[in-house]
Design a protein around this ligand. Structure first.
Ligand code: SAM
Length: 401
């Protein structure tokens, strides 16, 4: 087994699209586990991983996952939850239990925020069922303990709920009544269909995981989760995931118009049609094959990526550009497009690095220089902006003469 086999292994276990998110996180995790397990080289560690039971793989996965979460993350989805349950769900189902799923739940901040909102609007605890899953055994352990640090609270979000914790030094202990409301379980979202078989949820939170996964896996997971959602139920995703779900597939889902809610309502059962995602996945597969053969394919791929940027599908565009970079590492055009994507995400530092790369490959790329100047402004680097403005003026006069 070599490093690329480890990447593939990780992809098959947790669905992580290393092509999209890069391999740094996996490399870092491999290195960390190599040191902990007293292996001298990466090759030795990989051989050790191969020989060891699934435990070592689980420990490696623990180091790869991104457990970032906090109470009332993004805020508006929880306003939507409160409004949806009060004005919609309760009107139809006042007499039965409300069933909610949080998958992935990380260390519990998300499902606890859900529980707090529901208690706040006056729903009795025995009418609430919340199941919460995550692949991380560590995360589930923390969630069950319900003991948090300041880091789990960001800004003023959820300030009104601080009374549900008792504070001892730097630790916040969630009260038992809240802790008892959630059923925490360890589970892999790739197994969602089997894990959730027979369940019928009214609300599903699946936030900030899909974005890291391969497109076909995203689609498969959306289908499994939405399959376990009742008609009229709400499906909430992360802010970076709205477009992929909107595009993905599910003709039975209607996007909620509330800005910042990142929510969908299931309007009908099982009209889960194929869609642009599957078509796109096929297109990508073809692109990958073609990429190896003709030079013109690079242009075609970049043109396709440009179109994706235009329609706002930045993840897919980035994926294509990165494919081109792999095949043609000296293509200034693909770096320029990657930089443009970074500016659209307002990631000015990443954009700056990429525009520098473009200029390194093509020192007369005037648009890259202009954009680099914009990055300096955005980053508040006045000295750099002045230098770039002078360089831009020189380039313009050279081009004019
Ligand atoms: C960024 S956190 C998101 C937590 C929460 N939903 C939120 O939005 O704050 C991503 C979580 O996904 C979990 N995760 C990663 N791959 C998973 C998989 N294949 N199955 C289940 N959970 C997974 C990680 O353990 C991590 O806790």
């Amino acid at each position: 087994m070599d490093k690329s086999t480890v990447y593939e292994l990780v992809k098959s276990v947790i669905g992580l699209d290393y092509f999209k998110v890069g391999t740094c996180g996996i490399d870092r995790a491999v290195n960390l586990r190599r040191m902990v397990t007293h292996n001298n080289t990466t090759d030795e560690y990989i051989a050790y991983l191969e020989k060891s039971s699934g435990d070592e793989l689980a420990l490696l996965v623990e180091e790869i996952i991104i457990p970032e979460t906090w109470f009332f993350r993004d805020h508006t989805p929880f306003d939507f939850l409160s409004h949806y349950v009060t004005n919609d769900w309760l009107n139809k189902h006042a007499d039965r239990q409300l069933n909610i799923l949080s998958f992935p739940c990380s260390s519990g901040e998300e499902p606890y925020s859900i529980a707090m909102v529901l208690r706040q609007i006056g729903l009795p605890a025995d009418l609430i069922n919340i199941d919460a899953y995550d692949i991380s055994g560590r995360g589930i352990e923390v969630a069950r303990r319900g003991v948090y640090r300041e880091n789990s609270f960001r800004g003023d979000d959820g300030k009104e709920y601080r009374g549900m914790f008792s504070r001892q030094g730097s630790l916040y202990y969630l009260n038992d009544a809240m802790r008892n409301m959630i059923n925490f379980r360890q589970g892999n979202i790739l197994d969602a269909e089997a894990l959730l078989a027979g369940e019928n949820y009214d609300i599903i939170f699946c936030r900030n995981l899909l974005i890291y996964l391969e497109q076909s896996t995203q689609l498969q997971i959306c289908r499994s989760l939405v399959g376990s959602l009742s008609v009229g139920g709400a499906f909430l995703v992360g802010h970076a995931e709205v477009n992929l779900v909107a595009r993905a597939c599910l003709s039975g889902l209607r996007q909620v118009k509330q800005h910042g809610a990142f929510a969908f309502i299931k309007v009908e059962d099982e009209k889960i049609a194929v869609t642009r995602d599957e078509q796109q996945e096929r297109a990508f597969a073809t692109s990958r094959r073609l990429m190896n053969s003709a030079g013109t394919t690079v242009n075609r791929l970049l043109h396709q990526a440009e179109q994706l940027i235009e329609v706002g599908d930045l993840a897919a565009a980035r994926y294509l550009c990165k494919s081109v970079v792999e095949m043609s590492p000296l293509s200034s055009r693909s770096f320029y497009m990657l930089a443009t994507i970074a500016t659209k995400k307002e990631d000015w530092l990443a954009a700056q690095t990429l525009f520098h790369k473009v200029l390194y490959l093509d020192s007369s790329h005037i648009e890259a220089l202009q954009q680099l100047l914009e990055c300096a402004y955005q980053l508040g680097d006045k000295a750099q902006a002045a230098k770039l403005a002078a360089r831009l003026a020189r380039m313009r006069s050279r081009l004019a003469s």
